[in-house]
Design a binder for this molecule. Sequence first.
Ligand code: PEP
Length: 252
Amino acid sequence: MKKNMIAGNWKMNMLRHEARELTQNIISGVAKVKHDLDILLAPPFTSLDVVRGLIEGTKVKLSAQNVFWEDRGAFTGEISPAMLIDAGCEWAIIGHSERRGILGETDSIVRKKIKASLNDGLNVIVCVGETLEEREQGKTIKIVQSQVESALMDLELEDYSKFVIAYEPVWAIGTGKNATPEEAEHVHATIREITGNIFGQDSDLIRIIYGGSVKVDNIKELLAMDNIDGALIGGAGLNAESFVKIVKIAGE
Ligand code: PEP
């Protein structure tokens, strides 16, 4: 059974005491959600232990926002999949557009991170999405297709539930503009076709989640689409009330 996923990406926000307060409020808010959802929090590395301590025994799971592809060694500033698992993470976000755009992360780096994470038992959320310029040039499908095909190249997936694709149009991230449910669905359906062509019908179990200015006001319409299996949430996830409302709507 495929569960919807709601993941809060806190980006470079939240000091440890703020992370504690936000997590406590989220946990108490989502405690009564009965529907079986994957609820993830992705705090900065410095707050992983704070969040880990609080979510123990709850339905909330821990994700990292990034990961490196080697296990250990001379890679100053980097953190390996094994280290993240050791810190309590079940998931890692890979290839977020801020890392691709600001830090120069390429498709081949993204692929290395995916392989290393899955090999070590860390589940992945792989982000793809076009820039505004690419959209205006009518290149959305071409760009997303090449990012997805690159991410899936030579990949053997044993458990499709451990691999999530987040379609995040770059122009919709943190801008207040979001793709309409129909626009998002068109891209999600294309991604579904690509995964189906590569892995066969069972790969329907791969969740394809949407990200880009998801809020309380638009989550319901997005999740009503056939191929939208959840949301990756930035800004609205920094506020416990709105994150909890989104989770509750997703769980209806
Ligand atoms: C994100 O960080 O992945 C994101 C979608 O941000 P926002 O919800 O703020 O657009």
